[in-house]
Write a protein that binds this ligand. Structure first.
Ligand code: ATP
Ligand code: MG
Length: 355
């Protein structure tokens, strides 16, 4: 059996493991805090479910492995500053930005970017953490220790957030899913929907952008690119060199999920175009307790990550794939009654975007 080691043992590692089983790929997620000495063979393959990890016995062993796919790319994309430079160098449209240096003045940031400027920590941010708004008319202080550790961005008055999820193999073949339409609230992804007819006109643009990046980096595996839509233009918000939350819908909506594609690509197996079965809605479960009633919802495919429930923490997701949009809307409506009230906005948004 081909063994694939994963740096990181969160839900992405678990879903990679699960997706390897039908292909007889033994996928072994490793906790990034592990001090274990791993029994790795030179013929094994190493991948990651995250961009950064602390140095431990296990992570050092994995990071030094000769078959660690994309090994030099993680560090460059994990840092928003080098990620932005790569996008600029490749001529891929991205949110206007600059580095937050020791001498950067707040006034000049407003002169460049307008009344609201978003500071983002270069590393470690997720789910809206590590972000700070500078507001000319309100709170306007740069947090301690953010200089040289953050970038500043223009506020984008986007009409939609979409992501492009694609895969590339070592011979340069690439395949893309239909774009996902995403809703973030307070910086956290609440739900995704794909395919969505009204953003079909952006498909080739999105593919060209992600394709250019994957080619430019000689990347192998699944990559996700989060974009803002302004009119008919996509602009990259950020990219992730791994499987991504906005691609979870593919577990239900496509014959090859993003997890399986990633494994196929790094294990040198075929990556034909996936067959997309029907529109799929994905609802993230965030900081909410498990409810067995979810299992009774028509069409629901429930993924519970078995993590400790904490406010704002992603603890699971539910997919609904259905070619009948009224049936899908119905399932979502039933789900709403089984979730806290703060989900109403996300569920209404998903239902409102069904064809
Ligand atoms: P993730 O969990 O996806 O890694 P993150 O916390 O790293 O997210 P971003 O994706 O950069 O951070 O930002 C989170 C959300 O904040 C975006 O999805 C978007 O809704 C909003 N946002 C980010 N940058 C901007 C911007 N320049 N203008 C307007 N809104 C923004
Ligand atoms: Mg993001």
């Amino acid at each position: 059996m081909q063994k694939i080691w994963v740096l990181g043992a969160g839900q992405l590692g678990a879903m990679l493991h699960y997706s390897g089983l039908p292909l007889a790929l033994e996928v072994i997620p490793i906790d990034i805090e592990s001090e274990q000495l791993l029994d790795i063979d030179d013929r094994d393959i190493v991948t990651a479910e995250r961009e950064k990890w602390p140095k431990t016995k296990a992570t050092s062993q994995l990071a030094a492995h000769p078959n660690f796919v994309n090994k030099d790319i993680f560090g460059r994309l994990a840092d928003r500053l080098t990620q932005k430079k790569i996008l600029d160098d490749l001529g891929i449209a991205t949110t206007p930005w600059c580095a937050l240096e020791q001498t950067t003045e707040i006034a000049s940031l407003h002169d460049h970017f307008g009344p609201k400027v978003l500071l983002k920590r270069r590393t470690g941010g997720y789910d809206g953490r590590g972000q700070h708004w500078l507001d000319r008319d309100g709170d306007d202080v740069i947090p301690d220790d953010w200089r040289d550790q953050a970038i500043a961005e223009r506020e984008i008055p986007f009409e939609d957030e979409v992501s492009v999820v694609g895969v590339r193999n070592s011979s340069g073949q690439m395949v893309f899913y239909p774009l996902s339409l995403n809703l973030h609230l307070k910086g956290i992804l609440m739900g995704s929907l794909s395919p969505v007819p009204r953003i079909k006109n952006l498909q080739s643009q999105g593919e060209a952008m992600l394709g250019k990046l994957m080619e430019g980096l000689d990347y192998v595996g699944v990559m996700a690119m989060e974009c803002f839509r302004v009119g008919n233009q996509l602009m990259v918000n950020e990219v992730a060199p791994r499987v991504h939350n906005s691609g979870h819908w593919t577990l239900a909506g496509a014959n090859i999920s993003q997890f399986e594609y990633h494994l196929r690509a790094i294990a040198n197996l075929p990556i034909p175009a996936a067959v997309v079965k029907a529109p799929t809605a994905m609802v993230n479960l965030i900081g909410t307790q498990y409810r067995e009633e979810w299992l009774e919802l028509p069409g629901a495919e429930v993924y519970w990550y078995d993590k400790e429930v904490r406010p704002g923490r992603k603890v699971g997701h539910i997919n609904f794939c259905n070619s009948d949009s009224s049936g899908l809307a119905d399932s979502l409506c039933q789900l709403q009654s089984l979730l806290p009230n703060n989900y109403a906005e996300a569920i209404d948004w998903l239902s409102g975007n069904l064809d």
